[in-house]
Ligand binder design. Sequence first.
Ligand SMILES: Nc1nc2c(ncn2[C@@H]2O[C@H](COP(=O)(O)OP(=O)(O)OP(=O)(O)O)[C@@H](O)[C@H]2O)c(=O)[nH]1
Ligand SMILES: [Mg+2]
Length: 448
Amino acid sequence: MTPPDEIRDLREQAVARATRSLVVCPYLTRFRPGEPSAVRTPEARRDEAVGLARAIDLNVVRADLAPLSAIRPATYLGKGKVEAIAAEVKADSIDLIVMDCALSPVQQRNLERSCGCKVIDRTGLILEIFGRRARTAEGALQVELAHLAYQRSRLVRSWTHLERQRGGFGFLGGPGETQIETDRRLIQERMVRIERELENVKRTRGLHRASRGKVPYPIVALVGYTNAGKSTLFNRLTHADVTAADMLFATLDPTMRLIRLPHGGSAILSDTVGFISDLPTMLISAFRATLEEVLAADVILHVRDISHADTEAQGRDVEAILAELGIADHADRVIEVWNKIDRLDEPARALLAAEREKQPKPQLAVSAKTGEGIDRLLAAIEDRLARGRALLDLKLSAADGRGLHWLYEHGEVMSRRDHDGAVYLSVRVAADQIERVRRRFPSAAIAR
Ligand SMILES: Nc1nc2c(ncn2[C@@H]2O[C@H](COP(=O)(O)OP(=O)(O)OP(=O)(O)O)[C@@H](O)[C@H]2O)c(=O)[nH]1
Ligand SMILES: [Mg+2]
């Protein structure tokens, strides 16, 4: 992190900590079948909303549930509830209300008027978090694009300005941030310019990848609900030191590292942004390019916090987002990683084992924290990568240094025996390399 970033972070943190916030979680009391979030309890949703508010250091003074029989077009909440909140705002000197729902611009403005303080909705909050976390030029551009799309959808007086800044959109106010009215045309122009810039960034990155393409490592991608333990697992597998924190959306920008597989092969592991229920669609589309690239991986590890009360709902939310990104057709590439088993006691583990028996999908239970199950996970990754590849048995002269070198470069040497001036190898190669190997080493025979 560069020093100016650090200063900005500290400033934003200080402003946020001084922002007395009220989290309000409206939920419909009528059950709506087919709604994925319906499986969560209102309390669980409230805890998550508080986690989101804390992710940008807001001082959460209270968190209220707001049961509703119907959504009011003007204020979202009913009149009585709005009055009660207005009284709370006064009594507790609240500066900001976080509404854990999607508000229309009119609802937002009306609530602000009635309650006498700023109001943001779930989308606004998530955008703010993403803005804070973006560290790369690409991440910042994608977040800005998403934010502009959000603004365009409202076109009301906004607290943001069109000056480019890394992220912090300044809904909390702060020095140097002016409130200006923006119009559709300005936003549109800015969006077009950002899209062009993103193209450039992508092209440069594409070049990097092209040079990396000479080393044909398979890609293994981590995906999962925010806070599931992706970065912790990334660190465990790569011996790296990526930020892992008990914080929603700790990671935003993709990170890649080489991992070693049990038989000496290598793969590139990528860590990326986590998902959440009701992830704003503008964020999905802004991050689509990055996500799609990550998800073009050979193996996708869907990391789940199996110790979380909402683990099922979280798993389903992630699957829904993957489906939206077109991954559903490639379900055979996905391995579920049931993480945090160290948090389960014996009876819970027994239940989990029984549950795993019933699962049609491949899954492995691990603890990224203690390392339990990690060897099995690596073996499973290796096994999955081996599909579509062949194991060849070869005999080379020990003097054929170049041939040996070529095999180590292009294949995965599973075993080697040196005997009487000859080298016996079992080498795993990609399907499209088999013919090449056979031409070069006519003795090569498919072992399995
Ligand atoms: N007990 C236990 N805690 C874990 C385990 N794996 C991760 N955690 C904790 O869970 C929290 C979230 O971990 P991260 O690795 O940051 O999660 P993430 O999926 O990268 O989260 P985002 O980047 O926010 O999407 C941290 O406090 C970790 O220490 C585990 O196996 N066991
Ligand atoms: Mg992370």
